[in-house]
Design a binder for this molecule. Structure first.
Ligand code: HAM
Length: 459
């Protein structure tokens, strides 16, 4: 019986994994440059972590979580995101008691029961950072700078000159101004940083009332779900995907017009820091993000290469979450992005980038005695750091050389004649240069001998 994979949960095959490994390495390197250390949190958590932390009314919790009881009836959930888990770990391990800013990053699988499409999976992978313990607006700007820095490392051309100085970039729009309707302004990389402030817990009731007043007057044009949200959580109407609701949302009252003086100042300071950094961004009053824990700054970095699912990453402040999950009042800011979406953008921008052969060497033994000698040689070469493989499919010399040509930089041919003379023939598979060398000497110092058939490259 053929058993298929679960819809929306895909295998990442060997031809894709080099790209993923490159992404992971670049992400780790960038996070380390900004002072973040890795945290690994479980894939499974108690369901209430997300219903309380992320919010009962959010799509993620209401419709997309994988929830199941364990054998003792405890309700568990596969994690749909990691911010709540990181904050749980922060509180559980008393990281706040250390009194410093905790800068934590993670990489790993998340699970959401969504309709699969390009860039949207049910098992997907996020990279993310959480900086817990400071309200400094410079930290919000630093998080956005890190997001940009990451893209600069990953995207094809070095964008440092373009990203910071290009006339393609928009000047930031100040709160209180409507953005122009010239359409979204993107960078040469097709990237756009969208920014908004949704205020603090004290601002929320005022804004909520303003939204309720506005939407109640047009309740007939709302989808059934949003009519319900009007009572429970009108902010969620702003990220409804239904066209009717979206049209209404575009003219809805803006959160930035309902900020208390502290939140207004904080937002102005964040933008001043972004300007000091030269980071192009667009103020987007409709950006509210889909998770309930956000306060003040929210942002998304979007790419035109992604189509409908255009958010490469998203994040913001969540100054109330640590307290909500049982810790002391502690401000925090972070973001997370989808690895699958990065992989799509990179493949679109780089095309099929030819990668070099995976192996240093391919051994072609001819005859039984050579095979036995070859077994020993392979093991010794690997212990000397040479990546090497051989034929286990009974191929002819010609076929084995074809495989060698596809998979390695050099071939080593061990036939009866070579064996009788105590030699092995080395061949450079790109130049065709070949040379017999003494077998024991080659086995003892393969790097040096491979260089003798290589006058252009070194191992
Ligand atoms: P989020 O916006 O729900 O935020 O997800 C962040 C990113 O994960 C998205 O921008 C997208 O790139 C990727 N993503 C989300 N869902 C999927 C999916 N089904 N398939 C593929 N990629 C997906 C959060 O998760 C917050 N925890 C971010 C955060 C961290 N805020 C503060 N700290």
């Amino acid at each position: 019986m053929k058993v298929e994979s679960v819809r929306g949960m895909r295998d990442i095959l060997p031809e894709e994994t080099p790209l993923w490994q490159k992404l992971e390495a670049e992400i780790r390197a960038a996070f380390a440059l900004y002072g973040y250390g890795e945290i690994r949190v479980p894939l499974v958590e108690r369901v209430e972590l997300f219903s309380r932390g992320v919010g009962e009314e959010t799509e993620v919790v209401d419709k997309q979580m994988y929830v199941f009881p364990d054998r003792k009836g405890l309700q568990l959930s596969l994690r749909p995101e990691a911010t709540a888990s990181v904050v749980r770990a922060y509180v559980e391990h008393g990281l706040h008691a250390k009194g410093d800013l905790a800068k934590l990053y993670y990489l790993g699988a998340m699970f959401r029961y969504e309709k699969p499409q390009l860039g949207r999976q049910r098992q997907f992978h996020q990279y993310g950072v959480e900086a817990i313990g400071s309200l400094d607006p410079a930290l919000d700007a630093e998080a956005m700078d890190l997001a940009w820095h990451l893209m600069e490392r990953l995207l094809v051309r070095d964008p440092s000159s373009e990203v910071r100085d290009s006339g393609l970039f928009s000047q930031p729009t100040l709160p209180g101004q409507r953005t122009t309707d010239n359409g979204p302004r993107t960078t040469d990389h097709g990237l756009l940083l969208r920014l908004n402030s949704i205020g603090c817990r004290e601002d929320r009731p005022v804004y909520r009332a303003a939204l309720q007043g506005y939407f109640a007057a047009q309740v007939g044009d709302l989808c059934p779900e949003c009519r319900r949200r009007l009572e429970t959580n009108p902010l969620r109407i702003l990220d409804c995907k239904e066209e009717g609701c979206r049209a209404l949302s575009r003219e809805a009252p803006r959160s930035v017009d309902h900020l208390c003086p502290e939140c207004g100042q904080h937002f102005a300071d964040v933008q001043a820091h972004l300007e000091a950094l030269g980071l192009a961004h667009e103020f987007d009053p409709t950006l509210v993000r889909g998770l309930d824990y956000y306060t003040r700054t929210v942002f998304e970095l979007c790419s035109r290469d992604l189509g409908a699912q255009d958010a490469l990453l998203g994040g913001g402040r969540y100054d109330g979450l640590v307290e909500l999950l049982g810790g002391p009042p502690t401000p925090a800011v972070g973001f997370a992005g989808g690895m699958e979406r990065l992989a799509i953008v990179l493949s679109a921008q780089q095309g099929a980038e030819a990668s070099g052969p995976a192996l240093d060497l391919y051994l072609v033994p001819i005859g039984d005695e050579a095979r036995r000698e070859g077994t020993k040689l392979l093991s010794g070469l690997r212990r000397r750091g040479i990546s090497v493989d051989t034929d286990y499919m009974g191929r002819s010399l010609r076929k084995a050389m074809q495989v060698a040509g596809r998979s390695a930089r050099y071939a080593a041919i061990l036939g009866q004649d070579e064996l009788a003379r105590g030699e092995i023939k080395l061949k450079n598979l790109s130049s065709g240069e070949e040379k017999p060398v003494l077998l024991p000497q080659f086995a003892a110092d393969p790097h040096t001998f491979l260089r003798t058939v290589d006058h252009t490259e070194t191992l």
